[in-house]
Design a protein around this ligand. Sequence first.
Ligand code: SF4
Length: 440
Amino acid sequence: MPTAIEIFKYLPKKNCGKCNFPTCLAFAMQLANSKAKLADCPFVTDEAKAKLEASSAPPIRLVSIGAGDAKIEIGDETELYRHDKKFFHQTRYAIVISDNADEKEAAAKLKRAADLRFERVGQMLAMDMLGVRNDSGDKAKFAAMVARVAGESALPLVLMSDDAEAIRAAASAAKLSRPLIYAASESNWQTMASAAKELKFPLAVKHSELNGLADLVEKIRASGVEDIVLDLCPSGLQQLVERNTIVRKNAVKKTFRGLGYPIVTNACGSGQAVLMALVSTMKYGGIVLLDDLDPAHAIPLFVLRQNIYTDPQVPIQVKAGLYPINNPGEDSPVLFTTNFSLTYFTVAADIEKSRVPAWLLVVDTEGLSVMTAFSAGKMTAESVAEALRSSGALEKSRREMVIIPGMLSRMSGKLQELAGVKVVVGPRESSGIAKMLRSL
Ligand code: SF4
């Protein structure tokens, strides 16, 4: 990304404000921070546009696979370390089905891919893609399996074959929504690139050496294929870390466009497939191809991914409001907590466990936890009293009582005064809520 001064050189310098910024320099500064779009200035010349767009293209190309709701995007990353800003497009996992698979195996893998879904802190964690591998060497058999998988699942596909004719046969056998072709190599790149260009599908490119890969990518780009995904062919975990890091560093720090593409890791057939998936998730992987994924391995893998791809500057939040738990009624008590997801889900689970019907009021604290929000003045007796009023909590519950987190005992007097109801100080830890509710 060029600096603000470099961008400024290409702007019209009219200082007219039509871009919603008072001066061209102010607009250039916003552009440099990716907070404005070049198109917002109506006076940029085509020449300046071409220069700025080329130099402001993301260091790692954004590649989309699939279509509609199931579409996934990989790449378009700008950072080496998550804490510098954030990572944007999470690692995607694909279960691969061989075209030699019998009915039972194919059905089991399709079911597995559909069933691997877990909800955590309000977000759905799920399997992202399916692959079909041409092990038979038979175009018709490959096309039939691709058609079956595409017919039974909406997940984006990876078409795995070294034979461009098999890819074409699969594309004509089923209506495919922009699958990833895997993969072009030194020996087949002309035919694969030509198929990718004709079908308008993204293309994975593999090579066992990084220099060779950069050369191959250059040839494929020159042939007219833009949406490329790199397979760095690591021989093991150490090489996976090394190669993924080298590629990311060169793309982000040196803007080396020759390897500025997302990475696919083929862990099929590896005895360390789950470890490869974990390392790829931590180290810049775009897609991981797996023969299968046990739910016991999927949970930690998905949770790791969720943690890495959560914006470190924006806590995961739930919507503020009044939540009924265990079918509460007029006699049920009201408790309150913050809208920080981890706190909300912990408190909600503990109330659920108690089996006591209750109303849980979630107060907007901008995603901060109880003590942090209290210390930062984001959760005060005034804001809680206002939330009690605006949510209608005190009309839904006629107990004229509110249970507050034990750590907020200091606000009890003032809250009682403002809300006009009895304030009961709850336990300091959420784990004590069940016992307290049962004793009410
Ligand atoms: Fe400058 Fe263009 Fe913004 Fe006008 S619209 S202030 S010319 S950048």
